[in-house]
Write a protein that binds this ligand. Sequence first.
Ligand code: FAD
Length: 411
Amino acid sequence: MRKILIVGAGQSGLQLALGLQTKGYEVTVMSNRTADEIRGGRVMSTQCMFHTALQHERDLEINFWENQAPRIQGLGVSVAAPDSSRAIDWLGRLDGHAQSVDQRVKMAGWMETFAQRGGQLVIHGAAVSDLDFFARTYDLVLVSAGKGELVSMFARDAERSPYDTPQRALAVSYVTGLGPRPEHPDTEAVRCNLVPGVGELFVMPSLTTSGRCDILFWEGVPGGPLDVFQEIRDPAEHLATTLALMEKYTPWEYARATKVELTDAGGTLAGRYAPTVRKPVGRLPGGGAVLGVADVVVANDPITGQGSNSASKCAASYLASIVEHGDRPFDEEWMQAAFDRYWQTAQHVTKWTNAMLAPPPEHVLQLIGAGGELPPVRDRFANGFNNPTDFEDWFYDPEKAAAYLASVTPA
Ligand SMILES: Cc1cc2nc3c(=O)[nH]c(=O)nc-3n(C[C@H](O)[C@H](O)[C@H](O)COP(=O)(O)OP(=O)(O)OC[C@H]3O[C@@H](n4cnc5c(N)ncnc54)[C@H](O)[C@@H]3O)c2cc1C
């Protein structure tokens, strides 16, 4: 039986571990926290996942919270005008529903399932020196430790990483008591509110440790008026600041948030990171090689809500590459090929996400504006969150955008 070590118990590591387990591999997962520590800790993400990524979980029959989590049927875009009214406001319909399950719930649950199914769960924050040893005792070592210190083993790919500093300051609050959007009270939706030059507010329903909640997520341009969360330690002050900024910049969202309360003491998060693509093969001091997974190798800004989706897609792609490789050695050539296969889809996520971080060019403003009049345009934009590859055909190039708009504009 082939022995595989997975370092990091997040979306990608646990999904891959559970998948390998069902295929008969002997899997060890190393986590720097226990399931209870994760469950009782701080929120980590907004983790909204779209159809393709959710389907990978269904395929492995690990979609344990699908019937409890709100079914997100739409994705809406609002653009603030200079007077804080809405210049644009529409709702696109998703072909397949999206869902957000608090990673504290999902990762703790998956860790317990993995252990119950006979998997080896080691609670230990791995250091590079540990991996040096393990690379000799396992057939394959995968590093799925997110954006933490272990990324230092993987060289930054400058050609694929146009930004070398964080492009947004992030501030998340998990709340109860949010009212429905009056424009579509019966449709659960992710609402993307764009405040030009300032940042973005995302609002979405989720399932947290205590049941249904909503998430308020500010993405602020660094140094701008939303970049004020870094020094805040008190969760109540974090929420009050979130709401004050909503009242000022997105009053239509504030109007339904006047009665909200934090879900729990761990329900806030602030931070920032530079979007970075890395070389997939990590080299160990002793000469061994390890393969990077998901955020370790491709970390995009959460402005497009893609990281958990990509983690799911990476885990599914690596699972197929591992199984197809049979009993042959997992050498560096294989590692590079496994990553290249994943990059076929990941490159489109990176391209789109990096584009959305920059001020939108004229033709993109036209496309987003056209969503107000043309249902096919808004639906296509919404479904691009599930399949960002589609943006290649209509979004980046002004000529393709014009041709597309002409094709849907009523004669
Ligand atoms: C504010 C915010 C909002 C987001 N919103 C969305 C969204 O709506 N949709 C979406 O798809 N994505 C979103 N993302 C991105 C998404 O959360 C991540 O991309 C995704 O969780 C990455 O999964 P992963 O498996 O690569 O790593 P992670 O989920 O980061 O998991 C890594 C795990 O490894 C552990 N670990 C770290 N170092 C070690 C070590 N040395 N030894 C052992 N264990 C270790 C960590 O504790 C963690 O449990 C968001 C991110 C942020 C920050």
